[in-house]
Design a protein around this ligand. Sequence first.
Ligand code: FES
Ligand SMILES: [Fe+2]
Length: 360
Amino acid sequence: MSYNEVQNKASRTFEKIMPYDLYTNPAILQEEMENIFSKSWQLVGHVSQVETIGQFFTTEVAGEPLIIVRGNDDVIRAFYNVCPHRATKLEKKESGKKKILQCGYHGWTFHLDGQLNKAPNFRGDDLACVNNRCLRSVRMDIQESLIFVNLDDDCKPLSESYGDFFDRLRKYPFLGELKKVNTKTRVIKANWKAFIDNYLECDHCHVAHPSFIATLDMNNYQIITCENYSFQGTVVKPDKTMGNVDLNEAEMQGGEFFWLWPNLMVTIYPGPGNLATIQMIPIDHETTLGVYTYYFRDENLTQKEQDLVTFAEQVRQEDVELVELEQVGFRSRAFEKGVYSKSEKAIVQFHDMVMEALGK
Ligand code: FES
Ligand SMILES: [Fe+2]
């Protein structure tokens, strides 16, 4: 879909309102797992987590246990972390380095490319019936050092799934130098979609984020909807600082906040080379795990980088408090349908996509 088509779609459906029982009905989450999280690209990690042969990490997407590992041929692959003998979760650790993957139940072993190595309880002629039992692979793609998987084997390639998003990202020359520095998690007492809604508009910034609006030129704040993603941002006010960060350097003028369908946010703040990802992973229909990952050039943060993290964390905490209050109201009989302001078109796009995915 072209940019203009997306724009027209957003305005055509401006009056279409999300039924907010999608934020409070426990049955909806199962539908979302099947129709949204099992059919979309999900960020699982960064190449710096599997830098050398045999390095691996494990994760979960839509309730499916997965393992990402760098093979002897230097290729990074993703598999279901499930033994083909009797389903046992194969690797229990979150990360590590292995020459071979071994199941802890009956001792089957697998090469790093997923092929079966040994099945000790099958011998002689019996071996023939299991030697093609390899680990089931998962669609995986890497863009800008970010590792994504998609549980849908028939999905579009990642590079074709988000319009020109990765081209936009590539304009930041420092991205290739960044490493995953740390991950913070927050348990948020709200439906996962409430946080996405919050991220997709900045009408609330004037009320809720005094440090943000003091720093950025809100008169030129823009929100642009594109194919399966949107982005927003503005420039820094002249002679301003981001927290305590001095912004008088060329690199400091960046600053864009991207959303990618369905639950990934990628932020680049004005300041020293930085990138942060935010993922909203549903725990249940009214509880969400927020995963916030920071990427900088080095694990040992400079004072400027630490100040940037402090600034971002402050804004995020302000948002968490808002969405938790919103969830209280979603449950109330007083609230049935919301309304969208003209500057909330990225929410309209998100809501349209949710309703289309769920067949609503
Ligand atoms: S379940 Fe893995 S070896 Fe039997
Ligand atoms: Fe906010």
